[in-house]
Ligand binder design. Structure first.
Ligand code: ADP
Ligand code: 2DT
Length: 212
């Protein structure tokens, strides 16, 4: 019998919500419990496309808005063969940002609608679980200043948060809102519970396609 597939688990949320902290803790906990798991993040700045994106985010280059949106999407598509292989081999993937960040950030710019922004990502591997780490702007501010990167401005981040709220109305995606204002350990406990459920369910389900 073919081995049971791994789950595709995504963490989304505003800047400083704790995504990276929690992805690492989830990965360690899964590995400690003997479950094969690996972490990925988008954008993946290590590839040729990722380096273009990274220079843009660091304000070292300018790119036209549609163009950079398509590059972010291409940066996911270039990872799809590897993601599918890992999932089929039974490895659970813990992913820091995915297509939802792609849509939320570009559609927060003037002149972009949600549907146009979603279209290049239609058909990507469908996450088994997307956890949205919910944190108010005032609580995020207590966790430190914004960095120097292009999107790290409070007005823009508020617009992005609204776009995430719109995306979360879509019932074709398994969203789970997590209260990110709790302690690191309490957030981790919530994330672990939802992840173990998703891993169990995914074992017997075929991988679906996002927004199709
Ligand atoms: P993100 O990846 O969402 O931007 P990070 O995981 O990098 O967020 O965390 C941003 C900052 O907030 C870091 O300094 C981190 O140590 C801190 N942090 C993360 N989770 C919590 C928490 N639950 N409570 C307080 N501080 C936190
Ligand atoms: P971090 O590397 O700190 O997460 O910041 N973004 C991300 C987009 O605009 N489109 C996307 O498709 C993705 C995945 C969010 C990366 C920044 O890039 C934004 C913040």
């Amino acid at each position: 019998m073919a081995c049971k597939r791994g789950a595709l688990i995504v963490l989304e949320g505003v800047d400083r919500a704790g995504k990276t902290t929690q992805c690492k803790k989830l990965l360690e906990a899964l590995q400690r419990s003997g479950r094969p798991a690996e972490m990925m993040r988008f954008p993946d700045r290590t590839t040729t496309i990722g380096k273009l994106i990274s220079a843009y985010l660091e304000n070292k280059s300018d790119l036209e808005d549609h163009t950079v949106h398509l590059l972010f999407s291409a940066n996911r598509w270039e990872m799809v063969p590897l993601m599918k292989k890992k999932l089929e081999q039974g490895t659970t993937l813990v992913v820091d940002r995915y297509a939802f960040s792609g849509v939320a950030f570009t559609s927060a710019k003037p002149g972009f609608c949600l549907d146009w922004c979603k279209s290049p990502d239609v058909g990507l591997p469908q996450p088994d679980l997307v956890m949205f780490l919910q944190l108010s702007p005032s609580e995020a501010a207590l966790r430190g200043q914004f960095g120097e990167e292009r999107y790290e401005k409070s007005d823009f981040q508020r617009a992005v948060q609204n776009k995430f709220q719109q995306l979360m109305k879509d019932r074709s995606v398994h969203w789970q809102v997590i209260n990110a204002s709790q302690s690191v350990e309490d957030v981790h406990k919530d994330i672990m519970t939802h992840s173990l459920n998703a891993i169990n369910l995914a074992q017997n389900q075929a991988l679906a396609e996002l927004w199709k």
